[in-house]
Design a protein around this ligand. Structure first.
Ligand SMILES: Nc1ncnc2c1ncn2[C@@H]1O[C@H](COP(=O)(O)OP(=O)(O)O)[C@@H](O)[C@H]1O
Ligand code: SF4
Ligand SMILES: [Mg+2]
Length: 345
């Protein structure tokens, strides 16, 4: 496994109290895998992403769980070790590429800086590698872009630069948090194919975060569905599209109109700050099938194909993948364990 997250919990401190925003989530990413993480705004996707490299903002803290990266516990690393891992073995791209680039520095210098920071000294080699990487990410006329400033580039071009920065050291894991959300459709599609190419050619595993299931479907093999700080469903993307097991996923897919809110979009419930503070299914207040046991406790994972999680190709490592819940396709929903469509009339 490249990444193994177990029981991660994150809370927001307000005075003497700490409000849970991520509750006991577990997942793994195998070598070379592209894992999707989907959920509506405010459900905790970005804080999950930021927990991994230890970049949680002030007043937000990890309150439980372990994060193992390349077999080693990140929580046990010093800040210096963590910053060495970031940008080398593990890197990130975000939604707003322009905001992440230095407006006053030429593009080439910014990409070269990542190589320098991680120990490369040979100026000619650095230049060569930067130009090669610009070609990999599909920046036209690399020599010219090398000398350009961020404001001279489109949003899509800036995102390519960010990906170049992120992958130039051939990281084992790239965390991409809504990298296409701010782009127009053609640029979105190009960035998705660039990420796929990076995954295939450099072998980089990717955690791809989006609120948009159609984007996830284009890129990811496996998917985690998050709701109000919990992972409520997990499985191969196509299996989830074919037969979502959790009621929230079903509504998200829009495949089956909900009984009581026909066609209306689901309202946002910020995780942990509003709505349920209890330990039951976080979706219960909005679910047309909620029963008393849904509210009594977070439902056990149930589902299908509880075989080994990674058996689908040579890129996947085998071995103990998930002790944390049934592998395959599962959901934390009382309806998931029942027979086909049971209880949903
Ligand atoms: N720096 C912060 N300080 C306080 N609350 C935050 C901070 N960042 C996020 N939150 C809250 O934590 C929850 C999860 O946020 P986030 O992970 O950004 O969601 P997502 O990426 O899924 O939209 C939200 O309710 C959000 O308001
Ligand atoms: S566990 Fe119960 S409340 Fe939650 S989604 Fe499933 S049926 Fe609805
Ligand atoms: Mg976010």
């Amino acid at each position: 496994m490249v990444l193994d997250v177990r029981g991660l919990s994150v809370g927001i401190k307000r005075g003497t109290r700490c409000f849970p925003v991520i509750r006991d989530i577990s997942f793994g990413i195998a070598r070379g895998e592209i894992l999707g993480l989907v959920g509506e705004s405010g459900c905790g996707k970005t804080l999950t992403a930021l927990s991994i490299p230890g970049l949680l903002p002030p007043a937000v803290e990890q309150t439980g769980g372990t994060i193992r990266f390349l077999g080693r516990d990140l929580g046990a690393r010093s800040p210096r070790e963590l910053s060495r891992i970031r940008g080398r073995d593990l890197s990130m791209v975000f939604q707003e590429p322009a905001a992440s680039l230095n407006p006053l520095q030429r593009i080439g210098v910014q990409i070269a800086e990542v190589l320098r920071l991680h120990g490369e000294r040979d100026a000619a080699l650095i230049r060569r590698r930067v130009l090669d990487m610009m070609e990999h990410v599909g920046l036209p006329d690399p020599e010219r872009i090398f000398r350009s400033y961020p404001h001279q580039l489109s949003g899509g071009m800036c995102q390519r630069v960010m990906i170049a920065l992120a992958v130039i050291n051939r990281p084992r894991l790239l965390i991409a948090d809504e990298p296409t959300t701010a782009l127009d459709l053609p640029a979105q599609i190009q960035i998705l194919s660039l990420l796929r190419k990076t995954n295939q050619e450099l072998g980089t595993a990717i955690l791809f975060i989006s609120h948009d299931l159609s984007v996830i479907r284009r890129l990811c093999g496996r998917l985690l569905v998050m709701y109000a700080g919990r992972i409520v469903e997990s499985g191969p993307v196509e299996a989830i599209f074919r037969k979502p097991l959790h009621e929230y996923t079903r509504l998200l897919l829009g495949s089956i109109p909900s009984r009581d809110r026909k066609g209306r979009p689901l309202a946002t419930i910020p995780a942990g700050l509003k709505g349920r503070a209890g330990d039951g299914c976080p979706f219960a207040p909005r679910c047309g099938y909620a029963e008393s046991r849904c509210e009594a406790a977070f439902p056990e994972a149930a589902g299908f194909d509880a075989g080994p999680a990674y058996e689908t190709g040579p890129a996947y490592e085998t071995g103990p993948a998930y002790e944390t819940g049934p592998a395959g396709h599962w959901a934390h929903c009382v309806l998931a364990g029942r027979g086909k469509e049971a209880g949903r009339g």
